[in-house]
Ligand binder design. Structure first.
Ligand code: AMP
Length: 307
């Protein structure tokens, strides 16, 4: 099925206890599309400057990602730099240079308008709404956001949440948006806006799915070495949407599977800096880790449930 992502394509400079990279390939749409490309074809709408290395474009094309919607503008590419200390769940943003991303106005190529699965990565909520207007045939749409938009563009963001089928945000954002410190109360409040599914990403503690008051939990895959958590949320979303799109389904059981797939894909992403691991992970490696995941969360309830 046709999967579309709209978000950032960036040059990231990142430092973690495991090392650092400068002007490495990054951005929400990049992580999302590379993750999704392991399951399905994916279309990207984003903007880069004329300094964006051709070598990075080649890497994305080598994964079969459709870049017809990647606009190239005069000027510098969006740059983000961040640092992680021992708490790898929390990025400290050192610098954000919007550059050509500041005037980003997503215009979908005509061939993208029939996209059925649509992911709105973290961009201005008004732009997210514009994308929804341009995808009349969508079956399943999801949106991410960040604290900045929660604090400054509340009304437009609520409208986005009302219109999508799945809101996918991290724990701190869910608390910030709802004003509730208890995660389940926060989920309940967010769900009141109307999205069928709510996915709350909890970093190394996994992810929580909320669907019509029912809760499903997946732990994060237990890794001993995490090199760079950048893009964990976006690669989770890419695995999740890539899987749903490949199955062309979004019923509760398939969505639970997608949560596990997203967790597994994100676990590969954080093993190395930038997109290195996500670009070369194989289908077999992904499948094997899904199997390990099943073993990890399965238990025998016989004798525990008293009936
Ligand atoms: P994640 O770690 O999944 O939240 O995503 C990190 C990616 O988001 C990095 O590759 C950054 O380039 C990108 N990013 C950081 N800040 C922003 C922003 N304000 N708008 C869009 N993308 C951003």
């Amino acid at each position: 099925m046709s999967l579309l992502v709209v978000g950032s394509v960036a040059l990231d400079s990142v430092e973690t206890p495991a090392g650092k990279v400068e002007d490495a390939l990054g951005g929400s749409a990049t992580y999302f599309s590379t993750a999704a490309s392991h399951f399905t074809g994916v279309r990207v709408v984003a903007v880069v400057g004329d300094d964006f290395p051709g070598e990075y474009v080649e890497k994305l094309l080598s994964r079969g990602i459709d870049l017809d919607g990647l606009e190239r503008k005069e000027g510098a590419t969006f740059r983000w730099s961040g640092r992680y200390s021992q708490d790898l769940n929390q990025a400290i943003t050192l610098d954000t240079q919007l550059n050509v991303f500041e005037s980003f106005n997503p215009k979908l190529p005509a061939a993208y308008k029939d996209s059925e699965y649509v992911f709105l990565a973290n961009i201005h909520p008004e732009l997210q709404l514009k994308v929804l207007e341009q995808t009349p045939e969508r079956k399943f749409a999801g949106a991410d956001t960040m604290n900045f938009w929660i604090d400054s563009e509340r009304e437009a963001l609520e409208e986005v949440f009302r219109r999508v089928d799945c809101v996918m945000i991290n724990e701190a954002e869910a608390r910030d948006f709802s004003g509730e410190s208890n995660l389940f109360k926060a989920a309940g409040k967010l769900a009141e806006l109307g999205p069928k599914y709510l996915v709350i990403k909890r970093g190394e503690y996994g992810a929580l799915l909320w669907h019509e008051g029912e809760v499903f939990f997946a732990p994060a895959y237990p890794l001993e070495e995490v090199s760079d958590p950048t893009g964990a949320g976006d690669s989770f979303a890419g695995g999740f949407f890539g899987y749903l799109s490949s199955r062309n389904a979004y019923d509760p059981d398939t969505v639970r599977q997608a949560i596990v797939v997203g967790s597994v894909v994100a676990s590969f992403n954080v093993e190395d800096f930038s997109l290195r691991r996500l670009l070369d992970v194989t289908s077999d490696e992904i499948s094997n880790r899904v199997e390990e995941f099943v073993t990890m969360i399965r238990f025998d309830a016989d004798g525990v449930i008293l009936s």
